[in-house]
Design a protein around this ligand. Structure first.
Ligand SMILES: [Zn+2]
Length: 447
């Protein structure tokens, strides 16, 4: 057993990283059966580790009368309990290996729509594995690029913080591999559009990545003002969402392929869009995704359910069956790109939770988003400040009149949250960002 907070360089995962860097990534090389076999090997190893060294799982498994031999393949993870946000924020230490020294780990803070802070600890092997599978994103985007892709410039709209710290740690851990990374310019998501465009004009990146909200805002601005900028050949987004209307602008008005990246602080790399088949490929040899209904049963392709992730490599904060709050649907059948990784369709309502309101039925953010989306709005943000008070901030699409939108938004909200609710509609120039730079579509402010 390695990577358990003990000194020494990464071992197993380093080989894995190399296998991704040279030649075809193995999701293109190995069959689905071979990939499954590797995944299940890791499932058995992490469950043995969790049972033997991590108090929360040792207790949960004993309570259920389970031993490691009861979890043989990924589907058996269903026998373990679901880790809810509250478990992690109230008892985070119980998810760390006994006697582990957190100083040895990279600590990443996370906060969802409720802004309850939690810290996830990563060991070096997990970071290397996370990077190794992220090289698949690189192969996927370079398929969409023209000409030589051995060296090119890229830019990222991001934030000083988590992602940068992961990069710095990675650079220290495996400097040789780091040198292969594209030259990258970082621009803060808090920078205004004029400044971003000026920096991109100078740098001329062929690939632009970043927070969905920042990519969306930039291209909305370009479309609205006609400002001139050398366009990247491919765009990718993650961290927060790119609204449907914004994605349409990038893809249709600017003709640039858009690839989504699905990650979270809880699991690091989860999946990516290849842009050739529908949905996101899941890195399931490193992060197993299970999609379950309200009773915890796996849903069938076409049905949607709640996303649970299991990180198979991290021996810092060990998370198996952790609920992210996202809603997704499994996709059946092979992808035209030939990758052997399974696919899911990710529905809007990231970082989501059930919305508490006065009324008989619970309301998921997804229902709220679907309703607002049907109005054709560019982007919105709902601030929920008490069980019956909602503030809706709206960025209209080009040509939409506020006078018409205002009553339509009010009517849609009243229909969803009940006629007794207090609903305020605002049209600000920009939307609020959380301390970690994200534009959340739903913010719950506890009174
Ligand atoms: Zn594909």
């Amino acid at each position: 057993m390695s990577g358990n907070g003990l000194p020494g360089p990464p071992r197993v995962e380093f080989r894995f990283l190399l296998s991704q860097v040279w030649g075809e990534p193995r999701d293109l090389k190995l069959s689905a059966e071979e990939m499954d076999a590797r995944r299940d090997e890791r499932v058995r190893a992490i469950v043995r580790f969790a049972y033997g060294s991590v108090p929360w799982y040792a207790r949960a498994m004993r309570e259920r009368g389970l031993v490691p031999a009861d979890v043989e393949v990924a589907a058996d993870l269903a026998r373990l309990p679901v880790v809810e946000h509250g478990d992690l924020s109230s008892d985070g230490k119980a998810f760390l290996p006994r006697d582990a020294d957190p100083e040895r780990f990279l600590a990443l803070p996370t906060s969802g729509s409720t802004m309850i802070p939690r810290t996830i600890y990563y060991d070096d092997e997990a970071l290397v594995a996370g990077w190794a599978v992220k090289l698949r994103e690189r192969a996927a985007r370079e398929w969409h690029m023209r000409g030589d892709t051995r060296r090119y410039r890229s830019a990222i709209l991001t934030l000083e913080g988590g992602p940068t710290r992961i990069r710095d740690r990675f650079r220290e851990t495996v400097p040789a591999v780091w040198k292969l990374a594209p030259e990258e310019l970082q621009i803060s998501v808090f920078e205004d559009c004029e400044q971003v465009i000026e920096e991109l004009r100078e740098w001329r990146p062929r690939f632009l990545a970043g927070y969905g909200s920042a990519i969306g805002r930039l291209f909305r601005y370009l479309a609205a003002t006609g400002a001139d900028m050398p366009l990247p050949e491919v765009v990718s987004f993650g961290s927060d969402s790119l609204a449907t209307e914004e994605r349409r602008i990038v893809e249709e008005e600017f003709g640039i392929p858009v690839l989504g990246i699905y990650g979270s602080t809880e699991a690091m790399a989860i999946g990516f869009e290849c842009g050739r088949g529908e949905g996101y490929h899941v890195h399931d040899d490193v992060t197993v995704v299970r999609i379950v209904d309200a009773a915890g049963r796996a849903v069938t392709p076409g049905e949607s359910g709640s996303v649970l992730v299991s990180n198979l490599v991290n021996r810092g904060t060990v998370l198996l069956n952790a609920r992210l709050g996202d809603i997704a649907t499994p996709i059946e059948g092979p992808c035209p790109c030939g990758r052997s990784l399974p696919r899911i369709r990710l529905l809007e309502g990231r970082h989501a939770a059930w919305i508490e309101r006065e009324g008989p039925l619970p309301l998921h953010q997804y229902h709220l988003f679907r309703r607002l989306k049907s109005l054709g709005i560019s982007r919105w943000q709902v601030v929920h400040s008490s069980p019956s008070d909602f503030l809706v901030r709206i960025i209209p699409a080009v040509g939409q009149e506020r006078e018409r939108l205002d009553p339509a938004v009010r009517a849609a909200m009243a229909d969803l949250v009940g006629p007794g609710a207090g609903i305020t509609v605002e049209f600000p120039a920009d939307l609020e960002r959380s301390p970690n730079g994200k534009v959340l579509t739903y913010i719950r402010r506890d009174p």
